[in-house]
Design a protein around this ligand. Structure first.
Ligand SMILES: NC(=O)c1ccc[n+]([C@@H]2O[C@H](COP(=O)([O-])OP(=O)(O)OC[C@H]3O[C@@H](n4cnc5c(N)ncnc54)[C@H](OP(=O)(O)O)[C@@H]3O)[C@@H](O)[C@H]2O)c1
Length: 345
């Protein structure tokens, strides 16, 4: 039986992640049942939301049991098939385990990659996968930006935030980002084309409010939040009457320990300005993914949209890559290359 290296959770973090919360173990590859496929994975994503499954509380997924694999989005090639619609050699996307070889049931968070895509395989777990699709549906369907509006985006140098800002620009909005540190803030303006940016590091809630007020003097129509905490609190104070807040994620809260949270000061703005505050999960849009992937790829090929991938080599690098999401060390979508793709699409 060949090995199947898999990233598993060995202890529950209480606060920041550390390498010893994880282990790489060999898992058995189950025999294929009728309707299943066996896939060699090339790339696997590390998604901040998975941090929420490492504790004991239920989030949108069940807690990861100790000893079980971490969930990841993967792209890979079919090795063996007991599904009539899939042949060995097909390239597929799947949501499953962070491991070398996965058994998937097509139709259940597993499908073929678009055969006509001209982007590299890694793009299918980033700009054409969870990252790009989250930005696309969160901004366009939840946020509903209108040309001429002011859009504020937190996590603006990140995988989702950088795409949100660029799509908002494509839609004719004025876009301001919030990101951490001089290198990231420079990239937000110079590479992703935002109209302005705020470096949140070292700033209090009041400082952030003042910085947003300065760059958005008429207020914010739409705030796309990836971060939560004082960035959300500060943004609420600067929203326009009937503004919208698209809540994509609250990464500043994911490693918070019991009792360490900040008090929100501006929640009453939701009432006073009759704001619409709406959370969303990208996978509820799965029936519209193909259409969105086509548009995202078109924008990339036309040079109107750029994206960055932060790729680390080997499944052994997954714990460190995961931790980069919370330290801010990543520049783009965090993923690991589990095996070299054997050829292009
Ligand atoms: N709703 C959905 O369906 C969905 C799907 C995918 C992702 N998401 C959410 O989208 C957000 C962004 O995810 P991503 O994959 O694109 O990650 P990312 O933005 O590429 O990386 C995470 C970034 O968050 C910032 N950060 C981390 N901890 C922070 C803290 N304590 N305070 C302030 N900033 C902090 C860091 O940026 P700086 O260096 O700038 O601080 C870090 O680089 C997350 O909240 C994630 O949960 C939601």
């Amino acid at each position: 039986m060949p090995g199947n290296k898999t990233l598993v959770l060995v202890s529950r973090p209480n606060g920041p992640l550390a390498p010893d919360h994880f282990a790489i173990v060999d898992k058995e590859i189950p025999a294929l049942a009728e309707g299943q496929i066996k896939v060699r994975n090339f790339y696997a994503s590390l998604d901040p939301g998975i941090r929420k499954t490492l504790g004991e509380d239920k989030s949108y997924w069940q807690p990861t049991p100790l000893g079980a694999a971490l969930t990841a989005n993967t792209v890979g090639r079919v090795l063996e098939s007991r599904h009539a619609g899939f042949q060995p050699g097909d390239l597929v996307f799947g949501t499953g385990a962070m491991q070398e070889i996965s058994v998937y049931t097509p139709g259940k968070m597993c499908w073929k990659l678009p055969p006509d895509s001209r982007l590299p395989l890694s793009a299918h777990v980033s700009i054409l996968g969870g990252t790009g699709l989250t930005a696309y549906f969160g901004l366009l369907d939840v946020g509903k930006p209108q040309a001429g509006e002011t859009v504020l985006v937190s996590g603006a140098a990140g995988a989702v935030g950088s795409i949100v800002g660029q799509i908002a620009k494509i839609k004719g909005c004025r876009v301001i980002g919030i990101a951490g540190g001089p290198e990231k803030t420079r990239r937000v303006v110079e590479k992703y084309g935002f109209d302005g940016v705020i470096d949140y590091r070292g700033k209090s809630r009041e400082d952030l409010q003042a910085a947003i007020a300065e760059l958005c003097p008429d207020g914010v129509d739409l705030y796309f939040d990836n971060i939560g905490g004082i960035q959300l609190d500060a943004a609420l104070s600067q929203m326009k009457w009937r503004g919208r807040v698209a809540v994509c994620g609250l990464i500043s809260e994911y490693e918070r320990t019991e009792g360490s949270g900040q008090i929100m000061h501006n929640l009453f703005s939701i009432v006073a300005k009759t704001l619409r505050v709406e959370g969303f999960l990208s996978f509820v849009y799965h029936q519209q993914f193909r259409e969105a992937q086509r548009e995202l790829e078109q924008w990339i090929l036309e040079g109107r949209l750029v994206y960055d991938d932060y790729i680390r080599e080997g499944i052994e690098s997954a714990p460190e890559a995961f931790m980069a999401l919370f330290s801010g060390a990543n520049n783009g979508k965090v993923m690991v290359r589990i095996a070299a793709p054997d050829d292009a699409i």
